[in-house]
Design a protein around this ligand. Structure first.
Ligand code: FE2
Ligand code: FE2
Length: 176
């Protein structure tokens, strides 16, 4: 079974170019849930998706690299959703999967598994389910992470805006 450190190493190995991309500074500057930035949330989802695949013994059916890259990019919509749609953000949940995919296709080369997993990660809120098991793992990890982040009491102590590091770190901090 993979340890937390081994999972972090795998996420860095297969997602280092995504983690270090210049547009990630936008994710680092936006809260996603509670006091967790979209960047930290995406790292958590990637690590948790790998953990689920490992604990469910799915390695003969899951492509590790596609799983990690889809998870890192699943919320690559690159705006603060709290300010979106004049603050109403009613449609964000329904549209941001496609926005994330459009941005990701602009910045990275994606295979079919990665494209489908990003586009449909909001299932069942959006009607079309993922076509691949990697997509279901991203969706599951996203729901679990989002719930934990939203109910965390740390949210009440968050600063007004996330503190953004001057230089992107490629070192994954699962608890960041
Ligand atoms: Fe999302
Ligand atoms: Fe998410």
């Amino acid at each position: 079974m993979l340890t937390r450190n081994q999972i972090r190493t795998l996420v860095n190995k297969h997602g280092h170019d995504i983690i270090a991309h210049e547009h990630m500074h936008i994710e680092r500057g936006c809260y996603q849930h509670g006091c967790i930035t979209t960047f930290a949330h995406s790292l958590r989802v990637a690590c948790l998706a790998v953990w689920f695949a490992d604990r469910l013994h799915l390695w003969n059916r899951v492509d590790l690299r596609s799983l990690i890259r889809a998870a890192l990019l699943h919320d690559y919509f690159l705006y603060d959703w709290h300010d979106w749609d004049n603050g109403e953000h009613r449609l964000h949940g329904f549209t941001h999967g496609r926005t994330a995919l459009r941005n990701a296709l602009r910045d990275f080369e994606l295979n079919a598994v990665e494209r489908d997993s990003i586009a449909h990660h909001m299932f069942p809120l959006t009607p079309t389910p993922p076509s691949y098991i990697e997509g279901y793992l991203v969706t599951l990890a996203d729901k679990v992470s989002a719930t934990r982040e939203t109910v965390s009491l740390k949210r009440f102590g968050r600063p007004a805006k996330p503190i953004v590091a001057a230089h992107a770190s490629s070192n994954v901090q699962i608890g960041a």
